[in-house]
Design a protein around this ligand. Structure first.
Ligand SMILES: Nc1nc2c(ncn2[C@@H]2O[C@H](COP(=O)(O)OP(=O)(O)OP(=O)(O)O)[C@@H](O)[C@H]2O)c(=O)[nH]1
Ligand SMILES: [Mg+2]
Length: 331
């Protein structure tokens, strides 16, 4: 399970978990920031948890708790099974007291969000270069996530990164990625406006191989999962990447805007059919009171949530850690 950057990445040669041990102080700082950024969901949820688990429990309390979790977008199925279990444990095992019940609720929610296969939520960086393709609906945070990820790869692992500006629809998209390349301190390969996006990705990977970089991250234009022609174009970009480097892309990340709620599940389905998505990046969790969507997506999809975006700054990207996340929401 990915808890922190060193645990998210699988690397060759050295074990970053040993070399870049994160100080406890820093870890607590990140958690505090996550909590702060998730304030909207936490406020909405904690009022209801206070009003239910900390009062005399009756049928109505459990219903009210269910409603609160569903309102936070935790999802009907996950909510039903988690609340049912909590209720059972409360009566059978004599679990009492608001604090004890809340702590158990945190455990149950984070359990529901664990990936089915151990380690399925990690990112393998053992290929040289590792090619990461980033796809998603317009404005969901692809370019921003790429900038943050590139920065963390350099910062945490000292990896060299090259960005491919394969969103060639708008000149502004290339400029935006150029700014991120500068902030993250990495290289970038761009094409001309309107150039075939596959050819830009193709050239960037060739440059990545020639220059011996560790990771190539390919930005793509946003598109609706329902636009068949644009989804077909994405399939082609992916194919071209594989032609340039066998086995690539090694990772295909789909950005999902947390504020779009349950529609994200549908996006994940259709993008997966087009490009074989390997992980979800859930963005803009800071802007919603329905941050429970992370738990719903993690438990309802067979795809792991690998990263979460909780703001617009470089640091506001984190490996998704269900226990930490559930605690940030409720603890
Ligand atoms: N609050 C918040 N804003 C975010 C987050 N991630 C991205 N954004 C903002 O969302 C907006 C769109 O982000 P982009 O990275 O440009 O999204 P995109 O998917 O590349 O967009 P297109 O290329 O147009 O499809 C920008 O204003 C970002 O600053 C996040 O985690 N939290
Ligand atoms: Mg973009």
């Amino acid at each position: 399970m990915a808890r922190d950057w060193p645990e998210l990445f699988i690397t060759n040669g050295f074990d970053p978990a040993e070399t870049v041990e994160q100080p406890e102080r820093e870890r607590r700082g990140f958690f505090a920031r996550l909590r702060d950024n998730m304030v909207k969901t936490r406020r909405a949820l904690s009022a209801e948890v206070q009003a239910t688990l900390f009062e005399d429990l009756d049928e109505e309390s459990w219903e009210r708790l269910e409603e609160a979790l569903i309102a936070a977008d935790v999802g009907a199925r996950t909510t039903a099974s988690v609340v049912e279990r909590l209720e059972r444990e409360a009566s059978e095992e004599g679990l009492t007291g608001g604090e004890q019940l809340t702590s158990r609720l945190v455990d149950l929610l984070s359990e529901a969000a664990q990936p089915a296969d151990d380690g399925a939520d990690r990112i393998d960086l053992r290929h040289k270069p590792t090619v990461i393709l980033v796809v998603g609906v317009n404005g969901t945070g692809k370019t921003t996530t790429i900038g943050k990820l590139a920065w963390h790869l350099r910062q945490q692992l000292g990896h060299s990164v090259l960005l491919a500006a394969a969103d060639t629809y708008r000149a502004a998209a290339v400029e935006q990625l150029e700014r991120w390349a500068q902030r993250a301190g990495c290289e970038i390969v761009t094409g001309a406006e309107g150039q075939d996006p596959g050819s830009v990705a193709f050239d960037a990977i060739a440059a990545g191989v020639a220059r011996g970089v560790d990771v190539v991250i390919v930005d793509t234009a946003g598109r609706l999962h329902t636009q068949d022609n644009l989804m077909a174009e994405l399939t082609k970009v992916r194919r071209v990447i594989g032609r340039q480097l066998e086995g690539a892309p090694h990772e295909t990340l789909l950005t999902v805007d947390a504020t779009t709620g349950q529609n994200g599940l549908r996006q994940a389905q259709l993008f997966s059919e087009a490009v074989d998505v390997t992980g979800i990046v859930l963005t803009k969790l800071d802007g919603t009171a329905r941050g429970g969507i992370a738990l719903a997506i993690a438990s309802d999809l067979s795809l792991p949530v690998k990263l979460i975006g909780t703001g617009e700054h470089l640091e506001d990207l984190r490996p998704f850690d269900p226990p930490e996340f559930a605690r940030a929401l409720l603890g």
